[in-house]
Design a protein around this ligand. Structure first.
Ligand code: ADP
Length: 719
């Protein structure tokens, strides 16, 4: 009896110590494994506490079939099984070796013993769960032997294996004496010690770098208070129980009490242990919940900060690229003048001026290089501007009615020209039954298809580039119907490696730089394309074989506006474009008078220089005041007015001019010159009263086209 009592108290102390260490380790490391460990020891403690107290008070052990006595232990076996699964790696969980089944026959023997010696359902459950634990432990040990290099030593599984082995030892010894006498007590003491071993094993296998040092101070304090609370609750529970037992026993001894009162002792003991366990578990979960809430809050805060700095970055990039576009206007414009003048001077030189001819050719050459480098720089700036506008959510989709045939024709012509320059074939395959009049964002569709076609040409050295345009369904489109417009852009170029596919649409990512080092690019095109396609509710896919070619597939939903079909669109629009370019930039208007207003002197020189060969009378003004003064003195046929100027900006100047003209009954066409290429700018300027809008940097062709459009016809001499 004394040994039995000592065994039980020893076990109780060992489990309590293991529990307290587990809780403390959890406080320090925040490793989840300790939660399993805490629940495991708490459940064991429940039964152990009940058993020991029962033994002390009743002088006998509870009945084996008493479910109350086994409730805690049964739960603890299950939790131990979960703990072992939790710390296994996924590969380890799938690993199978026939030796891991060794415990099964041994445990069948254990079961047969129980049945012979009067087994109950409870025993079957215990044996089954512990057998599973043993199998899992052997699995881990075998896995470690096979994969020493990647698998850490299975300390926890080894300790758990010892734990279940000693459990089995106790069960077996409780059925019969072995050849060297009954080993029940040695097994039981060993079993208690393995509880501490298990805690030590978890400490050894712990990987908590991510949590420990970074843990929030507040949470640490809360956890520490939980630790103190658990200890207090345990101690208080024990104290109350002790006092109660003392009273009951002393009244029993004095003979004044009814002895039947002893019958409720097991139940009360069980309830007290259950309350202690429940209180501890609840506190732990409250703490975990609190921790989660705090983590979420700090995550939310961090996200807000990240979003704010991202918006600031986009804003900065947008601003920077906008600012760079303005001086680029001057550089490219001046260069165009140098180029034009250089060519003219070179061609006009008499045959015998060889040295001068050489010098002018050199100038033309350098100027050509400046033009191409300047255009590349401008393209990069535009891409950055575009992307940062998209990221700052300033890019909108502006839908309207458009002709698909015109889009296909324009992008086709553009790529055809580039492909020919590289000796590539360009093939177009357009479903002629496609509806022509659609509703969507024409500008963006042009942009994404052009981007993909440009890439196809850029990354193809020989072979062909193909553009196919199709849609869901083949015939009979009706007005109002939504179709999934599909563009297939195929090339026979370098292709993309399988491993690069994941990075393809990320900003500033360029693939295969060994092969593509000579090809210019920023890695922004596809990032912009994907975002724009997403904004139009479309999708983009890529299929590629390295060194064989790539195919980009775009799907964009568009609304049909009429049943008219695309027909032979490429031929149809070719005629139109010829008409549109007919003599567009070559005219002479010596009687026309034009005023150009810009606060940057260089821009004035550029614009005037570009229009020089039209023979027009060109006046320039450096600000709004001066422009109004000049406009009051002379009658202009056209005014080109910069929008962004200090003191009096373009809009203010225009408003004063219009007020004055309204009184005088005049209306001079005023074109807005601006570097502002953002969406909605055009509408905004037209609403302010501008007649039209021209973006900087100004190209000679566009400028002349615009001037030609608004000059009075009687002042123009074509050709
Ligand atoms: P950029 O062409 O300016 O480098 P993109 O964003 O358009 O940037 O493309 C990103 C990368 O994807 C390119 O650098 C290239 O390596 C790869 N890529 C894009 N299109 C193709 C294509 N048609 N064939 C092969 N590689 C391509």
């Amino acid at each position: 009896m004394v040994l039995e009592l000592f065994e039980n108290i020893f076990q109780l102390v060992a489990i309590l110590a293991a529990l307290l260490i587990s809780i403390f380790r959890y406080i320090v490391s925040r490793n989840r494994t300790w939660i399993y460990s805490v629940v495991f020891f708490l459940s064991s403690l429940l039964s152990c506490y009940f058993w020991t107290a029962y033994l002390i008070i009743m002088g006998s052990t509870p009945n084996v079939s008493d479910m109350l006595a086994y409730f805690g232990w049964n739960t603890s076996y299950l939790v131990l099984l979960l703990l072992l699964i939790h710390i296994k790696s996924p590969q380890e969980r799938r690993y199978f070796h026939i030796l891991m089944l060794v415990p099964i026959p041994l445990n069948l023997w254990q079961l047969s013993l129980y049945i012979t010696f009067g087994g109950v359902l409870n025993n079957i459950y215990q044996v089954t769960v512990c057998t599973l634990i043993a199998c899992f432990c052997i699995q881990s040990i075998l896995w470690h032997i096979r994969h020493r290099d990647i698998s850490p030593p299975p300390h926890v599984h080894a300790a758990a294996f010892l734990y279940v082995t000693t459990e089995f030892g106790m069960w077996t010894c409780s059925c019969f004496d072995g050849p060297i006498g009954n080993l029940y007590y040695p097994c039981s003491f060993l079993n208690s010690l393995t509880c501490l071993l298990l805690v030590w094993a978890i400490m050894l296998s712990e990987k908590n770098e991510a949590y420990g040092p970074n843990m929030d101070k507040r949470v640490q304090n809360i956890l520490k208070s939980v630790y103190v609370n658990v200890t207090l609750v345990c101690a208080l529970g024990g104290l109350m129980l002790g006092a109660w037992i003392r009273d009951v026993l002393s009244s029993g001894i004095s003979g004044q009490a009814d002895t039947s009162v002893y019958d409720i002792i097991p139940l009360i003991l069980f309830l007290i242990s259950l309350i202690i366990v429940a209180a501890t578990v609840t506190v732990i979960f409250i703490v975990i919940f609190e921790q989660k809430v705090m983590e979420n809050n700090s995550l939310r805060e961090a996200r807000k900060v990240a979003e704010r700095s991202n918006a600031a970055k986009s804003e900065f990039l947008a601003h920077m690229s906008h600012e760079i576009r303005t001086p680029m206007n001057a550089v490219l414009g001046m260069n165009e003048m140098v180029l034009n003048e250089g060519i003219r001077a070179r061609d006009d030189l008499p045959e015998d001026r060889e040295e001068l001819h050489r010098i002018f050719s050199e100038i033309v050459n350098c100027s050509g290089n400046i033009e191409s480098a300047g255009n590349s720089l401008l393209a990069i700036i535009n891409d950055i501007l575009d992307l940062s506008k998209i990221e700052a959510a300033k890019r909108e989709i502006r839908e309207g009615q458009y002709r698909l045939s015109s889009v296909i024709n324009d992008v086709g012509n553009m790529v055809c020209f580039r492909a020919r320059a590289k000796d590539l074939d360009f093939l177009a395959d357009v479903d002629e039954n496609l509806p022509d009049l659609l509703y969507g964002d024409e500008v963006r569709i042009r942009q994404v298809v052009t981007n993909l076609l440009n890439n196809a040409v850029k990354y193809t050295q020989e072979g062909s580039v193909t553009l196919s345009v199709k849609a869901d369904g083949t015939e009979g489109y009706e007005k109002g119907q939504i179709i999934r417009l599909a563009f297939f852009i195929r090339d026979t170029g370098i292709g993309i490696k399988e491993e690069d596919m994941g990075r393809l649409f990320q900003s500033f990512e360029r693939m295969d730089m060994k092969e593509n080092s000579a090809i210019e690019g920023t890695g922004l095109g596809l990032a912009i394309t994907r975002r724009l396609v997403g904004m139009m509710n479309g999708t983009i896919e890529v299929k590629s074989r390295y060194r064989e070619g790539s195919e980009f597939i775009l799907h964009i939903p568009q609304k049909v506006m009429s049943s008219e079909t695309v027909g032979d669109c490429l031929r149809k629009t070719e005629d139109n474009s010829e008409k549109a370019y007919d003599g567009g930039d070559s005219f002479f208007a010596p009687a026309a008078r034009v005023l150009i207003v810009d606060d940057t002197r260089m821009n004035l020189i550029v614009a005037a220089g570009l229009l020089k060969d039209t023979g027009m009378i060109i006046d320039t003004a450096g600000g709004g005041d001066e422009a109004l003064e000049l406009a009051a003195k002379s009658d202009y046929d056209l005014i080109l007015l910069d929008q962004r100027m200090p003191v009096m900006d373009g809009i203010e100047t225009l408003h004063i001019l219009r007020e004055r003209e309204d009184r005088e009954g005049k209306h001079t066409p005023v074109i807005c010159l601006t570097a502002d290429a953002i969406d909605g700018a055009r509408d905004r300027y037209l609403k302010e009263g501008f007649t039209d809008y021209l973006t900087k940097p100004i190209e000679a062709k566009n400028l002349k086209k615009m001037v030609l459009k608004y000059l009075p016809e009687d002042k123009i001499q074509k050709g």
